[in-house]
Write a protein that binds this ligand. Structure first.
Ligand code: C2O
Ligand code: CU
Length: 485
């Protein structure tokens, strides 16, 4: 967390039964598969009373934490009826799914008591792991942090290859929480600068669960659903074999010692259990660069609301006294324990997974530059010097063209850059070419990073957005409007 109260985790949650329960898999959203090939489902957002770490808590959810997994197949057409049972405006964003921005409209507003139909076709070749969450500018951080999120799993032909079909599959939704009593702790001025972290780390809303493997190969679909926490994942004694990124499968498994997941990112990994025993999946220390409170500043942090921040001036100057840059790295944390079966027999690794299109970079229609900026003390965030304005089009692109975007982070902290609607490939980071081809929708930029991405605007016209997925930064301006014509 932001360094406050991090020693309290164990002390506050003494009654935790760890490792005695079955692995907490999120529920599936019930689907009606009609003869016409249409799939119908409904989803609602509401206040929910749940228990986390043995404590009763009140969250905002889609009927569970995490929300029910929407498990779809490539090519099918889905009619998803979404209803807002909250007391505030919300909407639904299908993060990473390549569907029309008229459906996945980041500016849609669904008032309390209202419904909206989301009808879309799951693209061919999109087998992979996606997610959904609200997208009301100014409220994303609070609604997401409160629990409004769920997974979307797309199945495709590649899932039928034996090395995947016979693996034991689980989903891991990584999310931190900070509570004050049974409620989410109120957002502080610091939270609006850094993005809100919490000291309760959960996997599928359970603190440090145990996964007792039945088979020798695990396939984990992992989502970083935290507002701002980064997870640098490593499993004791085992490499992770990356098989899919945000936008689906890579060409063949990539062996990794560790996997960094920024907010919003997903990855699928295979784990080959070759020995009996228990192994911890850990989040290693990671320094994303953040402000921290120092000395006597802390009292003000607790009692000063957003009002003081947004008006700037004297109050915010006061609140910032004694603050300094450079929060130390996050601590080493155990997220999950994996228990291997006796004499595990892992499957061979798949030799080929997907064909990831090779983009023809001699046909680039436009190269654009996006510079991330911040005015930290005011908690204001920019792209190319401007805060988000829904009435302004920042980029006009043409359907059928390929563009290269150069993303530059001139701020003192990491920012995960997310583009809606159109999956992209990362070409290079600081001039270093990417070692493998993959479709992404979110890419992290460390301080001073220059990241080049290539985006084919193959289909869909309309208006969509790109933004930082530390959603506090998005709420506080770090978002732009893209219009594809
Ligand atoms: Cu997951 Cu525009 O966000
Ligand atoms: Cu950011």
């Amino acid at each position: 967390g932001a360094g406050l109260g991090s020693a309290l985790v164990g002390a506050h949650w003494p009654g935790l039964a760890q490792g005695t329960l079955a692995f907490p898999e999120p529920k599936l959203l019930p689907l009606r598969r009609l003869e016409s090939g249409l799939v119908e489902a409904s989803l609602a957002a509401r206040e929910s009373n749940l228990s986390i770490g043995g404590k009763p808590v009140t969250l905002l959810t889609y009927g569970g934490m995490p929300g029910p997994t929407l498990r779809l197949r490539e090519g099918e057409t889905v009619r998803l009826q979404f209803t807002n049972h909250l007391t505030q405006v919300t909407n639904l964003h299908l993060h990473g799914l390549h569907v029309s921005p008229e459906v996945d409209d980041p500016l849609a507003q669904i008032q309390p008591g209202q419904s909206r139909m989301y009808e879309f076709t799951v693209p061919k070749g999109s087998a992979g792991t996606y997610w959904y969450h609200p997208h009301i500018h100014g409220r994303v951080a609070e609604q997401l942090y409160a629990g409004l999120l769920g997974l979307i799993v797309v199945e495709g032909p590649v899932d039928a290859i034996p090395e995947l079909r016979e693996a034991e599959e689980h989903v891991l939704v990584l999310k931190d929480f900070a509570f004050s009593g049974s409620r989410i702790a109120p957002f502080t001025p610091m939270d609006w600068m850094n993005g809100k972290e919490g000291d309760l780390l959960t996997v599928n809303a359970v603190i440090r669960p145990t996964l007792r493997a039945q088979r020798g190969t695990l396939r984990l679909r992992i989502l970083n659903a935290s507002n701002a926490r980064y997870y640098r994942l490593a499993l004791e004694n085992h490499p992770l074999y990356l098989i899919a990124t945000d936008g689906g499968f890579v060409e063949k498994p990539v062996e990794l010692r560790e996997l960094l997941l920024a907010p919003g990112e997903r990855a699928e990994v295979l784990i080959r259990l070759t020995q009996a025993g228990s192994f911890r999946l850990q989040a290693l220390p990671y320094d994303r660069g953040a402000m921290m409170m120092h000395g006597g500043g802390m009292g003000m942090m607790n009692h000063q609301g957003m009002g003081g921040m947004s008006h700037g001036g004297e109050q915010s100057t006061l609140a910032m006294q004694g603050m300094m840059m450079g929060m130390g790295p996050s601590r080493l944390e155990t997220l999950l324990t994996i228990v291997a079966p006796p004499n595990p027999k892992p499957l061979p690794l798949p030799t080929s997974l997907a064909t990831v299109e090779r983009l023809d970079l001699t046909k680039v229609a436009a190269t654009r530059r996006f510079e991330l900026g911040e005015r930290m003390m005011q908690a204001e965030f920019f792209i190319n010097g401007r805060m988000f304005d829904p009435g302004r089009v920042d980029v006009r692109a043409r359907r059928g063209t390929l563009e290269v975007w150069e993303l530059i982070n001139k701020t003192d902290m990491d920012h995960p850059f997310h583009l809606h609607t159109y999956p992209f490939q990362v070409l290079s980071i600081n001039g270093r070419p990417q070692p493998y081809r993959a479709w992404k929708d979110t890419v992290n930029l460390k301080k001073n990073d220059v990241v080049r991405i290539a985006i084919p605007f193959r289909d869909f016209i309309g208006t969509t957005v790109y933004h930082c997925h530390i959603v506090e930064h998005e709420d506080r301006g770090m978002m732009g409007v893209l219009q594809v014509e």
